[in-house]
Write a protein that binds this ligand. Sequence first.
Ligand code: DOR
Length: 441
Amino acid sequence: MSELLIVNGRLLDPANRIDGVRHLAIDGGKVVEVSEKPFAAERLRQAEVLEAKDCWVMPGFIDLHVHLREPGQEYKETVASGSAAAVAGGFSTVCCMPNTKPVNDNASITEFILRKAREADLARVHPIGAISKGSKGEELAEIGELRQAGCVAISDDGRPVSSSALMRRALEYTRTFGMPVVAHEEDLCLVGKGVMHEGKVSTRLGLRGIPGAAEESMIARDLALVELTGGRLHVAHISCAGSVRLVREAKRRGLPVTCEAAPHHFTLTDEEVARSQYGTSTKVNPPLRADADREAVLEGLADGTIDAIATDHAPHSIVEKELEYDLAANGMIGLETALPLSLELVRQNRIEPLRLAELLSTGPACCFKLAGGSLSVGVPADVTVVAPGEAWTCEPARLHSKSKNTPFAGWQLKGRAKATVVGGRIRQRDGAISTHGGRES
Ligand code: DOR
């Protein structure tokens, strides 16, 4: 196979503190050269060349939080359709949550997901195993078996671990192999029958609210358990000002805690529920919060409190979504809109482009100790080429996800993944997804 040369792009590689025009050579699936000087004409002639002028060349994006729905809810998403959405959005790697049907709480489900991912042959897929059997919060799952089978973390995402004793045991057990416990932080007693953020907007709309304290109090509990056990905690989809403050302070004290934020939480507020006239694509858990919370999440993204941008890509069909607000399922798709929404942070001077690369790649790689997150010579060549200025309209019918539940339908977005390279192979280019045998569809 000939070399792949990505030329004339602005290389953003936080791991090596590079922000400048570089020419990248890939061979045998690995990065073999990062050069300030253009490649010789003869070398260009013999290689496959990806022209990246006016583009940003970044380490492949890593999404720590997606729902691929397979096995069990293939009408919403499959490993193959979710992987296509991933590479379309610039993600070379995704980590998938265990709330499938049945729950990924044993090696056979993990192996099934990994087989489907190999068959799809698009993004790298790392399963996350369940903390408890059936994610019921009662008995620990076979965590050692899950790890052996290829799970990179454990989580009961979709549900909190309400029992502090069980959470303690999960943190103690995983500590021996440094595996993160990913926490969906929610005190169900405080949530009650809430369906959106509790505040002025919920009062105005007459919808039952979920206070920020439902999330904050559970994070406070889990940080106490981290202190007790020394286990590693990763807080999923952080959404409140108080939560960001707690994690910031815990990191200052040196506790092994990391966290992620979703694009919808730093882009939208609870006002969107009103603006969309109870549009159920705004219903998500944790809910869209108040503007002060959104502001705190933005500050956390900028100052390093938040380690990763993760989409919480949660596909649902119209059967679960075209219902009264109270009855609709929680969740929105996110893989194909995360990049333009995140680029907005750079355009609004909240963060530098290098920090964006950290949040989309280097940071998430660190959280779950995954390969990737850098473009050093010798690493597997996972690369995302971004056209930061490309304008497009979000038309759900044109997205690759099987489900279309996005609150960003009709939005004018700016910035697109021009190419996604996984292990040296182009899996998406100008919106065309690579199919088996390397053809493009
Ligand atoms: O909105 C959400 N949807 N939040 C979750 O925690 C679970 C997810 C899902 O699985 O649909």
